[in-house]
Design a protein around this ligand. Structure first.
Ligand code: SAM
Ligand code: SF4
Length: 440
Protein backbone atom coordinates (compact mmCIF):
# COMPACT_ATOMS: atom_id res chain seq x y z
CA UNK A 1 0.00 0.00 0.00
CA UNK A 2 1.50 3.37 -0.92
CA UNK A 3 2.00 6.09 1.68
CA UNK A 4 2.07 3.54 4.48
CA UNK A 5 5.73 3.08 5.25
CA UNK A 6 6.50 3.88 8.86
CA UNK A 7 9.80 4.44 10.66
CA UNK A 8 9.65 4.41 14.45
CA UNK A 9 12.43 4.94 16.96
CA UNK A 10 12.26 4.87 20.76
CA UNK A 11 14.64 6.74 23.04
CA UNK A 12 15.07 5.85 26.70
CA UNK A 13 13.68 3.11 28.89
CA UNK A 14 12.18 -0.31 28.24
CA UNK A 15 8.69 1.11 28.76
CA UNK A 16 9.34 3.45 25.82
CA UNK A 17 10.54 0.55 23.68
CA UNK A 18 7.40 -1.39 24.59
CA UNK A 19 5.16 1.59 23.78
CA UNK A 20 6.84 1.93 20.38
CA UNK A 21 6.37 -1.79 19.76
CA UNK A 22 2.66 -1.56 20.64
CA UNK A 23 2.17 1.51 18.44
CA UNK A 24 3.90 -0.30 15.58
CA UNK A 25 1.72 -3.34 16.06
CA UNK A 26 -1.42 -1.16 15.82
CA UNK A 27 -0.01 0.49 12.69
CA UNK A 28 0.78 -2.84 11.05
CA UNK A 29 -2.79 -3.95 11.72
CA UNK A 30 -3.91 -0.82 9.91
CA UNK A 31 -1.82 -1.77 6.87
CA UNK A 32 1.46 0.01 7.58
CA UNK A 33 4.83 -1.54 6.85
CA UNK A 34 7.89 -0.86 9.00
CA UNK A 35 11.01 0.55 7.27
CA UNK A 36 14.54 0.75 8.65
CA UNK A 37 15.38 4.39 7.96
CA UNK A 38 13.59 7.76 8.03
CA UNK A 39 14.53 8.35 4.37
CA UNK A 40 12.28 5.49 3.20
CA UNK A 41 9.29 6.44 5.34
CA UNK A 42 5.95 8.19 4.77
CA UNK A 43 5.42 8.43 8.52
CA UNK A 44 8.24 9.04 11.01
CA UNK A 45 7.57 8.60 14.72
CA UNK A 46 9.94 9.30 17.59
CA UNK A 47 8.99 8.01 21.01
CA UNK A 48 10.87 10.37 23.29
CA UNK A 49 12.35 10.41 26.78
CA UNK A 50 12.65 13.35 29.15
CA UNK A 51 14.28 11.75 32.18
CA UNK A 52 17.54 13.61 31.51
CA UNK A 53 18.12 16.67 29.37
CA UNK A 54 20.68 14.79 27.27
CA UNK A 55 17.98 12.39 25.99
CA UNK A 56 15.81 15.36 25.07
CA UNK A 57 18.60 17.13 23.23
CA UNK A 58 19.21 14.01 21.14
CA UNK A 59 15.53 13.77 20.25
CA UNK A 60 15.33 17.47 19.35
CA UNK A 61 18.43 17.17 17.22
CA UNK A 62 17.14 14.07 15.37
CA UNK A 63 13.74 15.59 14.75
CA UNK A 64 15.29 18.95 13.77
CA UNK A 65 17.27 17.22 11.01
CA UNK A 66 14.05 15.97 9.41
CA UNK A 67 13.26 19.50 8.25
CA UNK A 68 15.13 18.95 4.98
CA UNK A 69 13.42 15.63 4.32
CA UNK A 70 10.04 17.22 4.90
CA UNK A 71 10.88 19.97 2.39
CA UNK A 72 11.57 17.31 -0.24
CA UNK A 73 8.57 15.17 0.77
CA UNK A 74 5.78 17.54 1.85
CA UNK A 75 3.37 14.64 2.53
CA UNK A 76 5.68 13.15 5.11
CA UNK A 77 3.98 12.87 8.52
CA UNK A 78 6.27 13.45 11.50
CA UNK A 79 5.13 12.57 15.00
CA UNK A 80 6.73 13.23 18.38
CA UNK A 81 5.37 10.79 20.95
CA UNK A 82 5.79 10.04 24.63
CA UNK A 83 7.32 11.84 27.59
CA UNK A 84 8.89 14.83 25.84
CA UNK A 85 5.69 15.34 23.83
CA UNK A 86 3.74 15.40 27.08
CA UNK A 87 6.19 17.77 28.73
CA UNK A 88 6.77 20.24 25.88
CA UNK A 89 3.35 19.92 24.26
CA UNK A 90 2.85 23.67 23.94
CA UNK A 91 6.20 24.46 22.40
CA UNK A 92 7.14 21.54 20.13
CA UNK A 93 5.26 22.63 17.01
CA UNK A 94 6.39 26.22 17.52
CA UNK A 95 9.98 25.08 17.83
CA UNK A 96 9.77 22.43 15.11
CA UNK A 97 7.07 23.57 12.64
CA UNK A 98 7.67 20.54 10.40
CA UNK A 99 6.23 18.27 13.13
CA UNK A 100 2.61 17.20 12.47
CA UNK A 101 1.71 15.20 15.57
CA UNK A 102 2.47 15.68 19.25
CA UNK A 103 1.12 12.61 21.08
CA UNK A 104 1.50 12.32 24.86
CA UNK A 105 2.03 9.23 27.00
CA UNK A 106 -1.69 8.46 27.41
CA UNK A 107 -2.75 8.85 23.78
CA UNK A 108 -0.85 5.96 22.18
CA UNK A 109 -4.00 3.91 21.60
CA UNK A 110 -5.15 6.63 19.16
CA UNK A 111 -2.00 6.70 17.03
CA UNK A 112 -3.56 5.36 13.80
CA UNK A 113 -6.38 7.90 14.01
CA UNK A 114 -3.95 10.75 14.80
CA UNK A 115 -1.90 9.95 11.71
CA UNK A 116 -5.08 10.02 9.60
CA UNK A 117 -5.92 13.47 11.01
CA UNK A 118 -2.42 14.70 10.20
CA UNK A 119 -2.75 13.40 6.64
CA UNK A 120 -5.78 15.64 6.25
CA UNK A 121 -3.44 18.55 6.93
CA UNK A 122 -4.17 19.16 10.61
CA UNK A 123 -1.53 19.87 13.24
CA UNK A 124 -2.43 17.28 15.83
CA UNK A 125 -1.92 17.87 19.53
CA UNK A 126 -3.09 14.93 21.70
CA UNK A 127 -1.73 15.17 25.21
CA UNK A 128 -4.53 14.53 27.69
CA UNK A 129 -3.39 13.63 31.19
CA UNK A 130 -5.80 10.73 31.59
CA UNK A 131 -7.10 8.05 29.31
CA UNK A 132 -6.39 4.47 28.36
CA UNK A 133 -2.92 3.39 29.34
CA UNK A 134 -2.34 0.39 27.17
CA UNK A 135 -2.75 -0.67 23.61
CA UNK A 136 -4.22 -4.05 22.70
CA UNK A 137 -1.30 -6.18 21.65
CA UNK A 138 -1.11 -8.24 18.50
CA UNK A 139 1.21 -11.01 19.73
CA UNK A 140 2.03 -12.22 16.25
CA UNK A 141 3.54 -8.86 15.32
CA UNK A 142 6.10 -8.50 18.07
CA UNK A 143 9.77 -8.11 17.08
CA UNK A 144 11.35 -10.92 19.12
CA UNK A 145 9.44 -14.18 19.19
CA UNK A 146 10.78 -15.69 22.38
CA UNK A 147 11.04 -12.63 24.61
CA UNK A 148 8.60 -9.83 25.41
CA UNK A 149 7.96 -6.94 27.76
CA UNK A 150 4.58 -6.68 29.42
CA UNK A 151 3.55 -3.55 31.27
CA UNK A 152 1.83 -4.24 34.61
CA UNK A 153 1.41 -0.62 35.64
CA UNK A 154 1.81 2.86 34.27
CA UNK A 155 2.81 6.17 35.83
CA UNK A 156 4.38 6.78 39.21
CA UNK A 157 3.29 8.27 42.55
CA UNK A 158 6.66 8.46 44.23
CA UNK A 159 7.76 11.96 43.33
CA UNK A 160 11.48 11.47 43.86
CA UNK A 161 12.75 15.05 44.04
CA UNK A 162 14.78 14.86 40.81
CA UNK A 163 12.38 12.89 38.64
CA UNK A 164 10.04 14.07 35.90
CA UNK A 165 8.26 10.74 35.38
CA UNK A 166 5.24 11.44 37.65
CA UNK A 167 4.64 14.68 35.72
CA UNK A 168 4.84 13.19 32.24
CA UNK A 169 3.45 9.71 32.82
CA UNK A 170 0.82 10.63 35.35
CA UNK A 171 -0.51 8.78 38.40
CA UNK A 172 0.30 5.17 39.05
CA UNK A 173 -2.30 2.81 37.59
CA UNK A 174 -2.00 -0.97 37.84
CA UNK A 175 -3.48 -3.24 35.21
CA UNK A 176 -5.93 -5.89 36.42
CA UNK A 177 -4.15 -9.24 37.00
CA UNK A 178 -6.51 -11.06 34.63
CA UNK A 179 -5.54 -8.75 31.73
CA UNK A 180 -1.86 -9.33 32.43
CA UNK A 181 -2.34 -13.09 32.68
CA UNK A 182 -4.31 -13.17 29.42
CA UNK A 183 -1.58 -11.21 27.63
CA UNK A 184 1.19 -13.42 29.00
CA UNK A 185 -0.75 -16.58 28.03
CA UNK A 186 -1.20 -15.30 24.48
CA UNK A 187 2.51 -14.52 24.25
CA UNK A 188 3.55 -17.91 25.62
CA UNK A 189 1.11 -19.71 23.30
CA UNK A 190 2.83 -17.87 20.48
CA UNK A 191 6.29 -19.13 21.46
CA UNK A 192 7.48 -16.62 24.05
CA UNK A 193 9.77 -18.10 26.72
CA UNK A 194 10.85 -15.06 28.70
CA UNK A 195 8.65 -12.22 29.92
CA UNK A 196 9.81 -9.03 31.64
CA UNK A 197 7.12 -7.26 33.61
CA UNK A 198 7.51 -3.49 33.47
CA UNK A 199 6.57 -0.68 35.81
CA UNK A 200 8.27 2.32 37.42
CA UNK A 201 7.80 0.72 40.81
CA UNK A 202 6.58 -2.83 40.33
CA UNK A 203 6.65 -3.48 44.08
CA UNK A 204 3.65 -1.24 44.61
CA UNK A 205 1.70 -3.16 41.96
CA UNK A 206 -1.97 -3.30 43.02
CA UNK A 207 -2.02 -0.05 44.99
CA UNK A 208 -4.40 1.60 42.51
CA UNK A 209 -7.01 -1.12 43.10
CA UNK A 210 -6.42 -1.21 46.87
CA UNK A 211 -4.26 -4.31 46.88
CA UNK A 212 -0.77 -2.96 47.59
CA UNK A 213 1.76 -5.77 47.78
CA UNK A 214 -0.01 -7.80 45.10
CA UNK A 215 3.20 -8.44 43.11
CA UNK A 216 4.00 -11.81 44.74
CA UNK A 217 0.44 -13.00 43.95
CA UNK A 218 0.80 -11.85 40.37
CA UNK A 219 4.14 -13.63 40.02
CA UNK A 220 2.58 -16.79 41.44
CA UNK A 221 -0.30 -16.60 38.97
CA UNK A 222 2.02 -16.11 35.98
CA UNK A 223 4.47 -18.76 37.16
CA UNK A 224 1.71 -21.36 36.67
CA UNK A 225 1.60 -20.72 32.92
CA UNK A 226 3.08 -23.80 31.27
CA UNK A 227 5.84 -23.05 28.76
CA UNK A 228 7.03 -19.82 30.38
CA UNK A 229 10.68 -20.45 31.31
CA UNK A 230 11.70 -17.09 32.68
CA UNK A 231 9.84 -14.28 34.35
CA UNK A 232 11.53 -10.99 35.32
CA UNK A 233 10.29 -7.69 36.68
CA UNK A 234 11.70 -4.15 36.76
CA UNK A 235 12.03 -1.74 38.57
CA UNK A 236 11.95 -2.42 42.31
CA UNK A 237 11.84 0.66 44.52
CA UNK A 238 13.68 -0.29 47.74
CA UNK A 239 10.99 1.26 49.94
CA UNK A 240 8.41 -1.28 48.74
CA UNK A 241 10.54 -4.44 48.60
CA UNK A 242 9.07 -7.04 50.97
CA UNK A 243 10.07 -10.41 52.37
CA UNK A 244 7.05 -11.95 50.53
CA UNK A 245 8.34 -10.63 47.22
CA UNK A 246 11.81 -12.06 47.85
CA UNK A 247 10.31 -15.39 48.89
CA UNK A 248 8.34 -15.43 45.64
CA UNK A 249 11.61 -14.93 43.73
CA UNK A 250 13.12 -17.82 45.68
CA UNK A 251 10.17 -20.21 45.41
CA UNK A 252 8.68 -19.73 41.95
CA UNK A 253 10.64 -21.71 39.35
CA UNK A 254 10.22 -19.30 36.46
CA UNK A 255 11.03 -16.12 38.39
CA UNK A 256 14.65 -15.13 37.72
CA UNK A 257 17.01 -14.47 40.62
CA UNK A 258 17.65 -10.93 39.51
CA UNK A 259 16.49 -7.62 40.97
CA UNK A 260 16.88 -4.12 39.63
CA UNK A 261 16.73 -2.12 42.84
CA UNK A 262 18.12 1.40 42.35
CA UNK A 263 19.87 2.85 45.39
CA UNK A 264 20.51 6.30 43.77
CA UNK A 265 22.95 7.33 46.54
CA UNK A 266 24.80 5.96 49.55
CA UNK A 267 24.44 9.16 51.59
CA UNK A 268 21.46 9.46 53.95
CA UNK A 269 21.46 13.23 53.62
CA UNK A 270 21.17 13.01 49.83
CA UNK A 271 18.65 10.14 49.94
CA UNK A 272 16.45 12.26 52.15
CA UNK A 273 16.80 15.29 49.85
CA UNK A 274 15.91 12.96 46.96
CA UNK A 275 12.72 11.89 48.82
CA UNK A 276 13.60 8.22 48.43
CA UNK A 277 12.09 7.16 51.82
CA UNK A 278 14.93 4.86 52.89
CA UNK A 279 18.41 5.21 54.36
CA UNK A 280 21.59 3.58 53.12
CA UNK A 281 21.38 1.34 56.22
CA UNK A 282 17.92 0.15 55.20
CA UNK A 283 19.14 -0.42 51.65
CA UNK A 284 22.01 -2.55 52.96
CA UNK A 285 19.57 -4.54 55.11
CA UNK A 286 17.43 -5.23 52.06
CA UNK A 287 20.45 -6.39 50.09
CA UNK A 288 21.43 -8.71 52.93
CA UNK A 289 17.87 -10.05 53.14
CA UNK A 290 17.76 -10.62 49.37
CA UNK A 291 21.07 -12.49 49.49
CA UNK A 292 19.93 -14.56 52.48
CA UNK A 293 16.53 -15.50 51.08
CA UNK A 294 17.43 -15.92 47.41
CA UNK A 295 20.62 -17.93 46.94
CA UNK A 296 22.72 -16.61 44.07
CA UNK A 297 20.57 -13.51 43.56
CA UNK A 298 22.09 -10.76 41.44
CA UNK A 299 21.18 -7.13 41.98
CA UNK A 300 21.52 -4.18 39.62
CA UNK A 301 21.32 -0.57 40.72
CA UNK A 302 21.07 3.00 39.44
CA UNK A 303 22.96 5.94 40.91
CA UNK A 304 22.75 9.67 40.36
CA UNK A 305 25.97 11.63 40.91
CA UNK A 306 26.05 15.38 41.48
CA UNK A 307 22.60 15.81 43.01
CA UNK A 308 22.38 19.39 44.42
CA UNK A 309 24.47 19.70 47.59
CA UNK A 310 26.34 16.38 47.08
CA UNK A 311 29.74 16.82 48.76
CA UNK A 312 32.86 14.68 48.29
CA UNK A 313 31.94 13.01 51.56
CA UNK A 314 28.44 12.16 50.30
CA UNK A 315 29.95 10.80 47.12
CA UNK A 316 32.43 8.69 49.09
CA UNK A 317 29.48 7.10 50.89
CA UNK A 318 28.01 6.17 47.52
CA UNK A 319 31.38 4.81 46.38
CA UNK A 320 31.58 2.65 49.55
CA UNK A 321 28.11 1.26 48.89
CA UNK A 322 29.12 0.29 45.35
CA UNK A 323 32.34 -1.36 46.62
CA UNK A 324 30.45 -3.31 49.27
CA UNK A 325 27.23 -4.27 47.53
CA UNK A 326 28.84 -6.28 44.71
CA UNK A 327 26.14 -5.30 42.23
CA UNK A 328 25.83 -7.28 39.02
CA UNK A 329 25.56 -3.99 37.15
CA UNK A 330 25.29 -0.27 37.90
CA UNK A 331 23.83 2.48 35.76
CA UNK A 332 25.31 5.83 36.74
CA UNK A 333 23.74 9.14 35.71
CA UNK A 334 24.94 12.70 36.08
CA UNK A 335 22.21 14.72 37.77
CA UNK A 336 20.29 16.91 35.36
CA UNK A 337 17.64 19.36 36.67
CA UNK A 338 14.18 18.65 35.27
CA UNK A 339 11.44 21.27 35.06
CA UNK A 340 8.58 21.10 37.62
CA UNK A 341 10.53 18.78 39.95
CA UNK A 342 11.30 19.96 43.51
CA UNK A 343 15.06 19.49 42.93
CA UNK A 344 14.95 21.96 40.02
CA UNK A 345 14.37 24.68 42.63
CA UNK A 346 17.69 23.81 44.33
CA UNK A 347 20.94 25.26 43.06
CA UNK A 348 22.59 22.78 40.68
CA UNK A 349 25.86 23.41 42.51
CA UNK A 350 28.03 20.40 41.62
CA UNK A 351 30.19 21.40 38.67
CA UNK A 352 30.01 19.54 35.37
CA UNK A 353 33.61 18.47 35.92
CA UNK A 354 32.86 17.00 39.37
CA UNK A 355 29.82 15.16 38.02
CA UNK A 356 31.92 13.70 35.24
CA UNK A 357 34.72 12.66 37.61
CA UNK A 358 32.30 11.03 40.07
CA UNK A 359 30.50 9.28 37.25
CA UNK A 360 33.76 7.80 35.92
CA UNK A 361 34.97 6.82 39.39
CA UNK A 362 31.77 4.97 40.23
CA UNK A 363 31.87 3.11 36.93
CA UNK A 364 35.50 2.17 37.55
CA UNK A 365 34.67 0.76 40.96
CA UNK A 366 31.78 -1.22 39.51
CA UNK A 367 33.91 -2.45 36.63
CA UNK A 368 36.46 -3.89 39.09
CA UNK A 369 33.64 -5.56 41.07
CA UNK A 370 32.11 -6.97 37.88
CA UNK A 371 35.48 -8.28 36.66
CA UNK A 372 35.92 -10.18 39.97
CA UNK A 373 32.38 -11.50 40.05
CA UNK A 374 32.51 -12.60 36.42
CA UNK A 375 35.73 -14.56 37.00
CA UNK A 376 33.91 -16.76 39.52
CA UNK A 377 32.02 -18.26 36.55
CA UNK A 378 35.14 -19.65 34.86
CA UNK A 379 34.89 -23.43 34.43
CA UNK A 380 31.18 -23.47 35.32
CA UNK A 381 28.29 -24.65 33.14
CA UNK A 382 25.53 -22.06 32.97
CA UNK A 383 22.00 -22.01 31.53
CA UNK A 384 21.64 -19.49 28.72
CA UNK A 385 18.53 -18.31 26.89
CA UNK A 386 19.96 -17.65 23.42
CA UNK A 387 18.93 -14.27 22.03
CA UNK A 388 20.58 -14.45 18.60
CA UNK A 389 23.80 -13.28 16.96
CA UNK A 390 26.14 -11.25 19.16
CA UNK A 391 26.00 -7.54 18.29
CA UNK A 392 29.76 -7.24 18.55
CA UNK A 393 30.72 -10.51 16.87
CA UNK A 394 28.27 -11.83 14.28
CA UNK A 395 30.15 -15.14 14.21
CA UNK A 396 28.99 -15.90 17.72
CA UNK A 397 25.69 -16.17 19.57
CA UNK A 398 24.70 -14.14 22.60
CA UNK A 399 22.28 -14.88 25.39
CA UNK A 400 21.65 -14.24 29.06
CA UNK A 401 21.71 -16.10 32.35
CA UNK A 402 18.74 -15.99 34.70
CA UNK A 403 20.87 -13.60 36.75
CA UNK A 404 21.21 -11.31 33.69
CA UNK A 405 24.89 -11.74 32.73
CA UNK A 406 25.54 -11.74 28.98
CA UNK A 407 27.14 -14.88 27.53
CA UNK A 408 28.80 -15.14 24.12
CA UNK A 409 29.66 -18.47 22.46
CA UNK A 410 29.86 -20.21 19.08
CA UNK A 411 26.86 -22.11 17.81
CA UNK A 412 24.28 -22.40 15.04
CA UNK A 413 21.81 -19.50 14.69
CA UNK A 414 18.88 -21.98 15.01
CA UNK A 415 19.57 -21.98 18.73
CA UNK A 416 17.99 -18.51 19.06
CA UNK A 417 15.12 -18.71 21.54
CA UNK A 418 16.38 -21.98 23.07
CA UNK A 419 17.79 -22.72 26.51
CA UNK A 420 21.29 -24.20 26.24
CA UNK A 421 24.15 -24.98 28.60
CA UNK A 422 27.43 -23.17 28.07
CA UNK A 423 30.78 -23.82 29.76
CA UNK A 424 32.41 -20.50 30.66
CA UNK A 425 36.05 -20.27 29.65
CA UNK A 426 36.91 -16.56 29.74
CA UNK A 427 35.38 -13.41 31.13
CA UNK A 428 35.44 -9.62 30.78
CA UNK A 429 33.67 -7.17 33.13
CA UNK A 430 30.65 -7.21 30.83
CA UNK A 431 30.65 -10.61 29.13
CA UNK A 432 31.09 -14.30 29.85
CA UNK A 433 32.62 -16.20 26.95
CA UNK A 434 32.40 -19.95 26.53
CA UNK A 435 31.48 -22.94 24.44
CA UNK A 436 28.38 -25.08 24.23
CA UNK A 437 28.62 -27.67 26.98
CA UNK A 438 28.27 -31.35 26.15
CA UNK A 439 24.80 -32.54 27.10
CA UNK A 440 24.21 -36.14 27.78
N1 SAM B 1 11.38 4.04 38.59
C1 SAM B 1 12.73 3.71 38.64
C2 SAM B 1 13.24 3.82 40.08
O1 SAM B 1 12.71 4.55 40.87
O2 SAM B 1 14.21 3.20 40.37
C3 SAM B 1 13.61 4.58 37.77
C4 SAM B 1 13.06 5.22 36.58
S1 SAM B 1 14.06 6.49 35.88
C5 SAM B 1 13.26 6.55 34.36
C6 SAM B 1 15.62 5.69 35.55
C7 SAM B 1 16.76 6.29 36.26
O3 SAM B 1 17.04 7.56 35.75
C8 SAM B 1 16.57 6.52 37.76
O4 SAM B 1 16.77 5.37 38.51
C9 SAM B 1 17.62 7.58 38.05
O5 SAM B 1 18.84 7.00 38.42
C10 SAM B 1 17.77 8.29 36.71
N2 SAM B 1 17.24 9.67 36.76
C11 SAM B 1 15.95 10.04 36.94
N3 SAM B 1 15.86 11.38 36.95
C12 SAM B 1 17.11 11.89 36.77
C13 SAM B 1 17.67 13.20 36.70
N4 SAM B 1 16.91 14.27 36.83
N5 SAM B 1 19.00 13.30 36.49
C14 SAM B 1 19.77 12.20 36.36
N6 SAM B 1 19.31 10.96 36.43
C15 SAM B 1 17.99 10.78 36.63
FE1 SF4 C 1 11.02 8.58 39.09
FE2 SF4 C 1 11.17 7.90 41.65
FE3 SF4 C 1 9.01 7.24 40.21
FE4 SF4 C 1 11.36 6.03 39.75
S1 SF4 C 1 10.15 5.92 41.66
S2 SF4 C 1 9.94 6.86 38.22
S3 SF4 C 1 12.81 7.65 40.11
S4 SF4 C 1 9.66 9.29 40.76
Amino acid sequence: MSGRKVFIHAFGCQMNKLDAELALSALKQAGYEEVASPGEADVILYNTCSVRSHAEQRAYSNIGKLKHLKRRKPHLVIGVLGCMAQKDRESIIERLPHVNIVCGTREFPRIVELIEEARQGASVLACSESGAVSVERDVARRPTRFRAYVSIMRGCDNFCAYCIVPYVRGRETSRPPQDIEDEVRRLVDDGCREITLLGQNVNSYGKSFDRPGALPELLCRLDRIAGLDRLRFVTSHPKDVTREMLQAVRDLPSVCEHLHMPAQSGSDRILSAMNRSYTSGRYRELLALAKELVPGVSVASDFIVGFPGETEEDFERTASLVREARFQQCFVFKYSPRPRTPAARLVDDVSGEDKRRRNIKLLEIQSAVSADEQRTFIGKDVEVLVEGLSKHDPNRLAGRLRTNQIVVFEGPSELAGKLVRVRVTETTPLTLCGALAETG
